[in-house]
Design a protein around this ligand. Structure first.
Ligand code: PMP
Length: 359
């Protein structure tokens, strides 16, 4: 059996670990940038009534045009741009890579950033090159970027705006320099747009090599798995060819349409999360041993003297956050906490103080 694996599974895949999601049963779950709010009973009732219409014996609408219409409306996507949907934006990253993948072609992204860019480059047999961000404020080091573009001629460049796990946005001027310098495709990943002050959507119409991704996951619909790609019909027609038929299931389509009709509920929750982020940041900064960075997303990155021990201590108290120590060197002793409800944030702060006093 082992021989079969070594013979047939590509070495790059053998070396990987499967994407690990830690068990979180009964824990205060602040590790995955989810919206902490459930819908109220009345809204759940209305949603269940919509689901009764589902025809599970039939394949879902392959175009998912009603969903796209709803997204176009709430996100104000200009008429000249098309929308392509994925099973989360993870699937869209994979579709983009599949469309352009050829051996020795390069995927470029800032480091540290979202791990899927590297993983999907590996899955699709492409080379991944990470360009380090500045160590103090995680801004773009333009000179290093331009050198990396000249050297590697990337087919795909991913820029998360705001960035995960650092929470900052980058200078638009520098992003435009990167777009102008590369002949490849630049993907602006706006997964955290609901929490950010600024969007780069206008760049999609201005540059032929720019596409933009969004997701409903952080907005409060992580369970539905719906991501979207916005771009010119010319590009999206090509990418659509590698999309598997019916990738957006019937329950997701019905639920998304319903949720978008009640977009104000999600919007209100988002506004609350932004307010609570301000409070959580101030509370973190009031703790002497903590260095916390500003955030335009629904999470906060912070550094403590001994991240691994603090993380474990919090876990024992039933509080799950994300430990980034041991990954990228710029994230030594860093932890990332998702903004939860006010009560969850308080429990986390109390737990953190206890952990810091004991490790
Ligand atoms: N982009 C970024 C920057 C992310 O942080 C995430 C989720 N952690 C995603 C994309 C993927 O989101 P989803 O697949 O849930 O749409």
């Amino acid at each position: 059996m082992t021989n079969l694996i070594t013979e047939w599974v590509r070495p790059e895949i053998r070396q990987l670990n499967a994407y690990h999601v830690p068990p979180a049963h009964k824990m205060i779950k602040l590790d995955a940038m989810e919206n902490p709010y459930r819908w109220d009973a009345d809204l759940i009732e209305q949603w269940l009534n919509v689901l009764r219409e589902a025809q599970l014996n039939r394949y879902p609408d392959p175009t998912a045009n009603s969903v796209k219409g709803g997204l176009r409306r709430v996100m104000q996507i200009p008429d000249e741009l098309d929308i392509l949907l994925g099973n989360g934006s993870d699937e869209i990253i994979q579709l983009l890579a599949l469309t352009v993948a050829e051996q020795n072609r390069v995927v470029l992204a800032p480091e540290p950033s979202f791990v899927m860019y590297r993983m999907i480059a590996t899955f699709t047999n492409m080379l991944y090159v990470g360009v380090p961000l500045h160590s103090t404020d995680f801004s773009i080091d333009l000179e290093t970027w331009l050198a990396a573009i000249a050297k590697h001629q990337p087919a795909l460049t991913f820029i998360a705006y705001p960035n995960n796990p650092t929470g900052n946005t980058f200078s638009q001027h520098e992003i435009e320099k990167i777009i102008q310098a590369t002949k490849g495709l630049v993907i602006i990943d706006e997964a955290y747009e609901p929490f950010s002050e600024h969007s780069l959507l206008s760049l999609v119409s201005r540059y032929p090599n720019v596409l933009l991704m969004r997701t409903l996951s952080k907005l409060g619909l992580a369970g539905l798995r719906l991501g979207m790609l916005v771009g010119s019909p010319t590009w999206l027609n090509e990418i659509d060819k590698v999309r598997l038929p019916y990738n957006i299931n019937a329950l997701t389509q019905l639920s998304t349409e319903f949720a978008l009709q009640h977009y104000q509920v999600l919007k209100k929750q988002t506004e609350q999360i932004k307010l609570d982020r301000t409070q959580l940041l101030a509370d973190l900064r009031a703790i002497k041993a903590v260095h916390a960075w500003d955030s335009q997303a629904n999470f906060i990155l912070f550094r403590v003297p001994n991240a691994k021990m603090v993380f474990e201590h919090l876990k024992q108290q039933g509080i799950l956050i994300k430990c980034l120590d041991g990954g990228h060197p710029l994230l030594a002793n860093c932890l990332r906490v998702t903004v939860g409800t006010a009560d969850e944030n308080q429990a986390f702060l109390t737990g953190l103080k206890l952990a810091l006093a004991n490790v």
